[in-house]
Design a protein. Sequence first.
Length: 71
Amino acid sequence: MHQPRAPRPAHARPRQPGPIARAAIREAQALLYGGKPGLQGDDALAERERLRLEDEDKASRQGQLPLRSDP
């Protein structure tokens, strides 16, 4: 377990999300509350598989070693 945090001073402002986080929040809200229907059926399964493969690729990415072909 880690050490408990020191108490925040009373005058400290709460942290605000950054511009990238705000853009992600706006996009999520548009998808949740917009009038456009979401993916269904085979399209939803294909998107889920695409995202799974993308996550797997990021997690198991292997570095490349420079190979010299000098004689």
